[in-house]
Unconditional design. Structure first.
Length: 424
């Protein structure tokens, strides 16, 4: 008689007790029990190089001793009050974020997830402008709450059948697979021109803001062509609408800069962040200018928003990123991984379109006719897992193998990952 594996037992519990929207990778999933640095370990003791960081969360590595110490010290001192009491960690964190945020963004609001941060940013944009419409991009992901899901372009994540109808989607800037069939640079930013047409059609007097990821994550690691953000910033200024950048995936050195907007000298009006800000602690924020923040005066408390443990942890995260120069490491290791994947893809029948910035990199998996091949992508993920590498999957067609390892990853570890991808 066969003995049921631990994974099979847990899958039965999952089916019985979790809402079925909670899905997971792998036909034969490992049971992850422990994390240390860039590695995860399953309950059988098998080691995996974490190439996805819990979707770009664990940028400073698993079980980071400096962050753990700050968290444990804070847990011992004071675990929770709420924003109605004055505490220091949230104010020190807000001060630190103001020091690294683009332009004169210096006023923060804290909450617990990326969805909430985007919801807060969209609320703020309506309060400031008095308008209620939004422009968003196709292939985007902004979260599970009503406004954030309405702004989400990826059909996969638009579960609600009655999403808000005053959020208009313009084509995303993906030159490798242009959604409007154009070719860059001859198109002269046709996608930005379409975006302008959406603003005009809706009437700029009805649009509060454009919300977009500077580099789309779940949409398949979509890096816009240079000049795109300049065009879009100009459009926002011309039509007097705000620019909200969702940096939930990209902030905190994922792309080699504190914020991805820095690659293009772009200064948004509101930036949202989450994920790597807490390195595993649930904390998120939006940050904006004094002028825009002044529109939000009615009470807007978030119970866990300024949690002292999460804020102390995030302060330790920022400190670790600075002292260990994680931005530079992301850039250097990202260049190594990008070049390595490009040379593998050059001779590989099923890997193509390597793209990314810093340690945020995607590779399309294609069939013999160069069409997206989601089934093969799943098979590759399974094979990489068996070889000891946990990679991610993104993209409109779910055929983008995605690599976003902790930024502490070494040159040798990237080389071992490349060796395994070359075996696919
Ligand atoms: C760009 C982006 N924005 C928002 C979200 C939603 O964040 P959360 O899951 O923390 O609510 C995600 C989640 O992956 C995301 O990738």
């Amino acid at each position: 008689m066969s003995v049921e594996s631990q994974a099979q037992t847990l899958l039965k519990l999952k089916d019985k007790y979790l809402v079925p929207c909670v899905c997971h990778f792998y036909k034969d999933p490992p049971v992850i029990a422990r994390g240390e640095g860039v590695y995860l370990f399953d309950t059988k003791g098998k080691r995996y190089l974490d190439c996805y960081s819990g979707v770009t969360v664990m940028s400073a590595g698993h079980g980071n001793p400096r962050i753990l110490r700050a968290v444990i010290d804070q847990l011992r001192r004071l675990q929770h009050t709420t924003t109605i009491y004055l505490t220091e960690p949230v104010l020190r964190l807000a001060e630190s974020l103001a020091a690294i945020a683009p332009g004169n963004l210096g006023k923060s609001f804290f909450c617990a997830s990326g969805s909430e941060a985007n919801e807060a940013a969209m609320l703020l944009a309506t309060l400031y402008t008095g308008r209620h419409g939004f422009i968003a991009l196709s292939a985007s992901l902004h979260g599970r709450t009503k406004w954030a899901m309405s702004a989400t372009g990826l059909d996969l994540w638009r579960t609600d059948a009655r999403l808000l109808n005053n959020v208009y989607h313009a084509p995303h800037p993906y030159c490798m697979e242009c959604p409007i069939g154009e070719t860059f640079p001859g198109c002269a930013y046709a996608c930005a021109a379409k975006l302008e047409r959406h603003i005009q059609d809706a009437g700029p007097e009805n649009i509060a803001a454009l919300i977009a990821e500077p580099i789309q994550g779940n949409g398949g690691i979509i890096v816009p062509p240079d000049g795109y953000w300049h065009q879009v910033r100009n459009l926002c200024d011309r039509y007097n609408i705000l620019l909200i950048l969702d940096e939930v995936q990209t902030a905190m050195n994922r792309t080699g800069r504190w914020f991805a907007s820095e690659h293009w000298g772009l200064v948004p009006d509101i930036v949202t962040m989450a994920k790597a800000l807490g390195n595993g602690l649930p904390i998120a924020a939006m940050i904006t200018t004094d002028d825009i923040a002044a529109a939000y005066t009615r009470p807007g408390a978030s119970t866990f928003g300024a949690n002292p443990v999460a804020c102390s942890g995030a302060l330790a995260v920022l400190d670790f990123h600075s002292s260990e120069r994680l931005g530079e490491r992301s850039e250097a290791r990202g260049a190594q991984l990008l070049q390595g994947l490009q040379s593998i893809a050059a001779d590989h029948p099923h890997l193509a379109k390597v793209r990314g910035k810093g340690l945020m990199i995607g590779v399309s998996v294609i069939d013999a006719g160069a069409n997206p091949d989601a089934a093969r992508c799943d098979a590759y993920l399974e094979r990489l897992k068996d070889a000891g590498f946990l990679a991610g999957k993104t993209g409109q067609h779910r055929n983008t193998l995605t690599f976003m390892p902790p930024l502490t990853i070494s040159e040798t570890e990237i080389a071992t990952l490349l060796d395994s991808v070359a075996e696919l």
